[in-house]
Ligand binder design. Structure first.
Ligand SMILES: [Zn+2]
Length: 275
């Protein structure tokens, strides 16, 4: 009975907040021709940005006991440490997501030995060789290989799916010219490579930068890619925009979310933040 009452209270809070956000979005996205309306748009944006902080939990899996060899001869091992995650990465991710009023809290960091099934060696060779197609699309066939390396006991349980637990898996390498994948078809157990050759067009992989100075986008860091993939988990898709977009598609080169993306992400985040 008490539980039902608490649940109803939570539900009505979510509904009220959702209606408010949708109302703000409608106000701010409507076309305006007079100066008063323009002033109103600026006010709405500020209101969205100064709303209450939403805290979401993230589980970081540092994949260990795995050595991947690239066709160029580069040996790639796990090198990111738990201290890198707590002292550098999460701070930068939170700096990026501050624009949406969302704070990422580390639920746990798991140094996880990969699963070594009968297809383990085959998976490593596949991942080291897979490429984008001529249209620039990354190979979806690598995703089951990556998923097969995750320990089942550290995945979200059935009851945790869609709730306040988000996953980031740090593998040495996830495919040529690829830095991350949200893994929507694997319940968003999102994967990233701590080695990359995206910046050199598929050449010799190098360690992915943990962060990068935001005003001079160059390679795209691990922190930025994590921020991009969790954007997908919060219902954001690739969107072409003028410049400096976190969720940009082919011209993905920055850190900003659009006003509409902030509202979409906050609605999803709010719905999951009570669990
Ligand atoms: Zn993406």
């Amino acid at each position: 009975m008490i539980k039902n009452r608490v649940f109803r209270k939570k539900l009505s809070s979510i509904l009220a907040a959702t209606i408010f956000l949708v109302f703000l979005y409608n106000c701010s996205s409507s076309e305006s021709s007079n100066r008063d309306d323009e002033i109103e748009i600026i006010d709405d944006t500020e209101e969205v940005k100064t709303m209450d902080t939403i805290v979401l939990n993230i589980r970081v899996h540092i994949m260990k006991d795995i050595i991947m060899t690239h066709p160029t001869g580069q040996i790639m091992t796990s090198w990111v440490t738990p201290a890198n995650v707590t002292e550098i990465i999460v701070l930068e991710v939170n700096k990026i997501w501050e624009q949406a009023g969302i704070v990422w809290n580390i639920e746990s960091i798991i140094e996880e030995n990969v699963v070594k099934s009968d297809t383990y060696n085959e998976s490593l060779v596949f991942l080291a060789n897979t490429k984008r197609d001529s249209q620039g699309r990354s190979d979806p066939a690598r995703l089951p290989h990556l998923f097969s390396l995750m320990q089942p006991k550290y995945l979200s349980t059935e009851s945790q799916l869609g709730k306040n637990l988000f996953h980031i898996y740090l593998f040495p390498f996830i495919g040529n010219t690829s830095q991350g994948n949200a893994m929507s078809s694997y319940n968003y157990h999102s994967v990233l490579g701590t080695w990359t050759n995206k910046h050199n067009g598929g050449g010799v992989p190098e360690k992915t930068l943990l962060t990068e100075v935001q005003y001079s986008f160059n390679r795209g860091s691990l922190s930025r890619t994590i921020s991009h993939e969790i954007g997908h988990v919060l219902n954001l898709s690739h969107k072409e925009c003028a410049d400096s977009c976190l969720m940009g598609g082919t011209n993905s080169d920055g850190y900003l979310l659009t006003e509409g993306q902030i509202i979409t992400a906050r609605i999803e985040a709010l719905g999951r933040s009570f669990d």
